[in-house]
Design a protein around this ligand. Structure first.
Ligand code: DX5
Ligand code: ZN
Length: 216
């Protein structure tokens, strides 16, 4: 069973990014989660390619880039060049999802697909053997610091069942509203990777918080 942690720098101090990335480099975080928001797919704008590029120069861990943007197929190569190791797109933003996954993989990145809270797990039945990561959004995308939607636990169980039944090696990643208080049940439901932003960066000791999340 995997227990990976991918802290989301959306909640980091952007005035001290170097320090924040150093902290993550020295922590037991497995990946660094970067939330890209375009103000169209989600009602918020975060940061873009130049920031990803700067982080990739500092980061000693794989960049787990989560695109909450429309037309992701136009940007995959640029995120690859900027240093993304994993590129996750929103199911709802892709008309040609299979082609999008192929594009990401042909660039040498791991391919992830993310499901909004209203999107059923069955939507990815036909591509579950093509992806490396299935991301279950446990909040509505757009903002850090929201409450975990309890129904997400059922979706994580369904996602796990789907991967087992299909013989898929996709990891199940869960994103939004994750704290030490609910991390245990999220892993138990079948999650392999936990994304955590607000909980990690508002903790008095983020490094030890990450360690606790991983070893809960
Ligand atoms: C929400 C983002 C999340 C967010 C998680 O749109 O995709 O990655 O940063 O943050 P917390 O842990 O604060 O809910
Ligand atoms: Zn995210």
């Amino acid at each position: 069973m995997n227990r990976l942690v991918s802290p989301s720098i959306l909640s980091a101090d952007f005035g001290n990014l170097h320090k924040e990335i150093d902290m993550l480099n020295n922590s037991c975080a497995d990946w660094i989660h970067l939330d890209i928001m375009d103000g169209v797919f989600v009602p918020n704008i975060s940061f873009g390619l130049p920031v990803v590029k700067s982080i990739s120069r500092l980061a000693a861990k794989p960049l787990d880039v989560h695109l909450m943007i429309v037309d992701p197929e136009k940007y995959a190569d640029r995120f690859c060049k900027a240093g993304a190791s994993i590129l996750t797109v929103q199911y709802e933003a892709c008309v040609h999802l299979h082609g999008m996954i192929q594009q990401i993989k042909s660039l040498g990145m791991k391919a992830g697909v993310s499901l909004n809270p209203h999107t059923p797990v069955s939507s990815v039945e036909n591509i579950i053997n093509d992806i490396d990561i299935l991301l279950i959004m446990s909040v509505n995308p757009g903002f850090g610091g929201q409450m975990f939607i309890p129904k997400s636990l059922d979706k994580i169980r369904q996602a796990k069942e789907l991967t087992v039944q299909a013989g898929s090696s996709a990891l199940i990643e869960v994103d939004g509203g994750i704290y030490l208080e609910n991390a245990g049940e999220i892993y138990s439901a079948g999650a392999d990777v936990l994304v955590s932003g607000n909980a990690v960066f508002s903790a008095p000791n983020p490094k030890s918080y990450i360690e606790k999340l991983k070893h809960i």
